[in-house]
Design a protein around this ligand. Structure first.
Ligand code: OAD
Length: 294
């Protein structure tokens, strides 16, 4: 059972938050030298970016993810998958970091070493000024080539395109194309663009269902979790592995774990405190209560 569980409604203040926290937990949080903030889509909800699984407003309530967020879907209909991501990219471009992102970035100044591990692909933590950010699921506004290994190996023995790093047929590669030509292409409405080097279709550099996470990202996440004394899980439903296991891993290693979410997850029954409320409201109040010297 959590030591502390409370709800921060509209108007929740730092003073109210402090008075509701268990003093032992406050002491543990204050003493922490290394803090992990683990975030999901709820972190960016107040920036205007929809979550995935909220029942009415979530993205997966509008479309089956298997139709737009898998390599199979892209192979079958690249344009449909591209167009769906374009819409999300427009929401991301229109968004700004919220008070919760800002509070996390400011926490670095309060003393503890802070690592943000995010499942979000919107780069809002970077934009808010957080320096140590592990993007587990990639970055929506960065493009990479769609590597269709079957096609590449069926055609000829492939080489690596020096523009996009994807498999390519050497004779097909434009010797004059450069990496900068690829970096200049954006996720915008229109036909699916191609790598200026080898001609492969381009896709957003995010992790789709059924794809592995980048090894360096998951290793960085494990390292940070294994070293932290406190993990704060914010706006994550904990339904997608391997990210979902990270708070449990922190608990198993003896870290204090706090959940911030308007709807408690499976973690709530096991962690040390549950704060029911919106990230943009709870985090500034919580951090001001724990680290008032900031
Ligand atoms: P979900 O949509 O599954 O969960 C969002 C969570 O945020 C839920 O637990 C909500 O209760 C909570 N929430 C909603 N509004 C909030 C607010 N204002 N403040 C705090 N919390 C709030 O999103 P994720 O857990 O991030 O994969 O989903 C995990 C992955 O599934 C995503 O990274 C995405 C998706 O398929 C990829 O993009 C690869």
């Amino acid at each position: 059972m959590p030591i502390t569980s409370w709800k921060v409604g509209a108007g929740g203040t730092a003073r109210a938050t402090a008075s509701m926290l268990d003093p032992r937990l406050i002491a543990d949080l204050r003493a922490a030298r290394r803090v992990v903030v683990f975030t999901g889509a709820g972190m960016s909800a107040e920036s205007g970016i929809p979550t995935f699984r909220d029942r009415l407003t979530g993205l997966w309530a509008q479309v089956d993810p298997m139709e737009v967020a898998t390599a199979r879907a892209f192979r079958a209909n690249p344009q449909r998958t591209w167009d769906w991501h374009v819409q999300l990219a427009e929401a991301v471009r229109a968004a700004a970091p919220n008070a919760g992102h800002a509070a996390i970035a400011a926490l670095e100044q309060a003393g503890p070493e802070v690592t943000v591990i995010t499942q979000n692909v919107d780069a809002l933590h970077h934009r808010a000024g957080s320096r140590e950010v592990v993007e587990l699921h990639g970055n929506l506004l960065r493009l990479t080539s769609f590597v269709d290994e079957e096609a590449a190996f069926a055609a000829a023995s492939p080489t690596i395109c020096r523009v996009c790093d994807g498999y390519a047929v050497w004779e097909h590669c434009d010797p004059y194309a450069e990496r900068g030509d690829l970096a200049a292409i954006e996720l915008r409405a229109g036909p699916v663009p191609r790598c200026p080097g080898c001609g492969a279709l381009l896709r957003p550099d995010v992790v789709w269902f059924g794809e592995p996470l980048a090894v360096d990202a998951i290793e960085a996440a494990w390292n940070a979790v294994d070293r932290c004394e406190v993990l704060i899980a914010v706006g994550a439903s904990l339904e997608v592995e391997p990210a979902a296991s990270l708070p449990w891993r922190a608990l198993a290693r003896g870290a204090r774990v706090v959940e911030v979410n308007p709807v408690p997850t499976a973690l709530a029954a096991q962690c040390h405190a549950v704060i029911s409320g919106a990230a943009a409201e709870v985090l500034p109040a919580l951090f001001a209560a724990i680290w008032p010297e900031r």
